[in-house]
Design a protein around this ligand. Structure first.
Ligand SMILES: *Cc1c(COP(=O)(O)O)cnc(C)c1O
Length: 405
């Protein structure tokens, strides 16, 4: 399929280019030490991850350990309450550990094993990426250092406990505001010193090349499975595909299955409390081009051009940028990016729980909320939503802040 001058038949061969660019976005804006480390990972990715041995081992792990393929569920009562549109969800909440993040963590950790590394290093904010990586490290017998801000360690006690039970070393970062940004700096600093024995495992389709490509490719299992399952169930393609976008990994995984199809694709960003800078984290909708955390993309900036403070009810969407491939698809118009508010999200959270017996993660509830709006606009047809994770982690917070609706 040709779209605005881009040939999507050969898209995955051409994007990113060999320097990690999706058009003008992407690249690797890092110092010389790290450049060498990134080149080593890129080279290993190109050789090891394309070998039949690696592919078949990852395939076996996905089936026997992760429980893939995850199903697609048709939301009969939920759809019925909205009119004539049929809504389906891809159940990444049923992936082991309860979210999509394990898809790329298992790939990254398997690559670490093949490269002969002894340790995986990462940062975590809310702890979701840390738990997924700690799980992968336990599975492969790798050491695991997770850098986490002191403030987040206090806030996310259950995830800290999970990481420790899984055998990970949670490294407390006390610099600055002691949250995600400082944790990123801490993890990168450690990696610069330890890269001979360790590999850095990023949590989304962000960071320097090759991570946006590598994480997309590992997550694309979601979209590839979903396309085949949807065709099996209905005999046709969905009219629209919807996913929430934080860094953008669950969305890129889902979208990868449908970019070359006549399917409308929507990425949903968090509007939070409103349009004012600081009240949301809708970077593609309101941001401008800029470079941070080693890559060029569209980002939200403060008056000094630094990453702006952001807010969302979903801690997993609380990031001032998104992956470079999303910025590229945004400018191209192939994917449409739109927003839903905290309130719309919480309504969707309760509605899906009550009508279908599925408690979604607050992140995923953004995609569900958008599907509700889209269904009203479309009037008929079908929508496939990526349900990126389950809501168990969010229940205490929801009850405390919103009560039972
Ligand atoms: C982390 C997380 C997200 C956001 O990350 P992406 O890279 O944008 O997918 C979304 N949903 C869940 C359940 C998460 O844990």
């Amino acid at each position: 399929m040709n779209y605005n001058g881009i040939d999507f038949d050969t898209y995955f061969k051409n994007y990113p280019d060999e320097n990690g660019y999706f058009g003008k976005y992407g690249g690797a804006y890092i110092d010389e030490n790290l450049k060498k480390a990134m080149e080593e990972i890129t080279e290993a990715y190109r050789t090891i991850c394309k070998s039949s041995k690696f592919i078949s081992e990852l395939r076996r792990i996905r089936k026997e350990f992760q429980g893939r393929p995850t199903p697609i569920s048709y939301l009969e009562r939920f759809s019925g309450s909205l009119g004539n549109v049929h809504i389906y969800v891809k159940r990444e909440d049923l992936n082991h550990t309860g979210a999509h993040k394990l898809n790329h963590c298992m790939g990254e950790a398997l690559l670490a094993k093949y490269m002969g590394k002894k340790k995986v290093i990462a940062e975590t904010g809310a702890g979701q990426h840390g738990v997924a990586l700690a799980t992968a490290a336990a599975y492969f017998g790798l050491e695991c250092d997770i850098y986490m801000g002191a403030v987040d360690i206090k806030k996310q006690a259950p995830n800290v406990a999970r990481m420790k039970i899984l055998g990970a070393n949670v490294v407390e970062v006390t610099d600055g505001l002691a949250t995600l940004k400082e944790a990123v700096d801490g993890a990168f600093m450690a990696y610069t010193k330890e890269y001979k024995d360790a590999i850095y495992c990023i949590g989304s389709v962000v960071g320097p090349h090759p991570f946006p490509m590598m994480v997309r490719d590992f997550q694309s299992v979601v979209g590839i499975e979903a396309r085949e399952q949807f065709m099996d169930m209905t005999g046709e393609l969905p009219d629209a595909v919807v996913a929430c976008v934080g860094g953008g990994s669950n969305a890129m995984g889902m979208f990868a299955g449908f970019l070359n199809d006549p399917v409308e694709i929507y990425g949903v960003e968090p509007l939070g409390r409103g349009e004012k800078l600081g009240d949301h984290a809708a970077s593609l909708t309101y941001g401008t081009e800029g470079t941070m955390h080693g890559f060029n993309s569209i980002m939200l900036k403060d008056e000094n051009g630094d990453p702006a403070p952001v807010y969302s009810v979903a801690s997993g969407l609380d990031y001032p940028s998104s992956g470079p491939e999303h910025a590229f698809l945004h400018d191209l118009g192939r994917v449409k990016y739109d927003v839903v508010s905290d309130d719309e999200t919480i309504d969707a959270f309760f509605k899906l729980s009550r009508l279908e017996g599925i408690i979604p993660a607050i992140e995923s509830s953004h995609a569900v909320a958008y599907a509700m709006k889209l269904a009203k606009k479309m009037g008929n047809g079908s929508i496939l939503v990526n349900l990126s994770g389950r809501g168990d982690k969010d229940m205490d917070y929801i009850i405390e802040k919103y009560g039972i609706r």
